[in-house]
Write a protein that binds this ligand. Sequence first.
Ligand SMILES: [Zn+2]
Length: 347
Amino acid sequence: MVTRVLASSCAVLTAFRCWSASGHLDLYWIDSEGGGSTLIVTSAGESVLIDSGNAGVRDPHRIQHVAADVAHLDHLDHYITTHFHSDHMGGAPELSQLIPIQNLWDNGLPDGDPDGNVGSGWPLTSKAYRNLPVKERHKVVPGSVIPLRGDHLKLACAISRQQPWNTPAWPISKASLPAGQPPVKATDTSDNANSSAWVLIWGAFRFFDAGDLTWNTETRLVEPAVLVPEVDVFQVTHHGLDVSNNPWLLRALNPTVSVMNNGSTKGTAPEVIQTLRSLPGLKAQYQVHKNLRSNEGDNNCPDDHIANLTANCSGNYIHCDVSDEGATYKIEIPGNGAKATYTSRRK
Ligand SMILES: [Zn+2]
């Protein structure tokens, strides 16, 4: 239950009270170079990691560094894999050796390649994940709620395996959508389309993370009925690729701040940048990486809102410190000293 290692002289038995009295909830976008790895630490000190970055040692060590050295965690209470691609699930086996994982949540690991590729070696490549040393495994369904302690706190699944939660327990967005019907893109037969999407609510504050959910499946969250709330912080879906980030969904989410977990040459698609810039309520964009593709003109946010400006980087993270029971939140990049405070829209 007690999740944070003491950083001060607080005795172990008082650690929970120290943190629960802090009145803060923290979000960290850890640099997995175009993978997904978002850490949530609640005001009660419970932790949820959404996706574990790439396989190898780099991303698990970056996650472990933020979890242990920055957030003072000695284990992860919950780990969610949004879908079975290596940039989201690859780091889990190595990470589980660095920091214990209690509960694993995923869509149910398939026996065959999740993208339907024959002869991909899936049984072998997924073996370490299949054998993850966790206490309990849970299959995500639409409406799954991660059990977290705390008043006015909820982390729930809005869509999983292309099935939306049709009776969501949050106030539905009333933001105006573009006219007409949402446009359709080429059918995505990959596991990206099966990504689980998560809404985090703490008091007035709301956050949305949809892994790599793709365009036509995103439409199911707004047609025939809008099923998402308006949010304060939006994790740009799929690293900012334009097979995701359907403007109908983004208009419904109506975020104040966007955070893109892109890589130096991955994501940050010009179409997505244009969509973000057109959102009526968006006040600030952040990127884990500067897009270094040279032929796309001005498609980065200002340098001080970017955690890593070069390809050969030190893996700086972005931190969101939500305080006052969700009334305000500060986004900071410790690597460059940037800080800005925002007020939750529903305060
Ligand atoms: Zn991805």
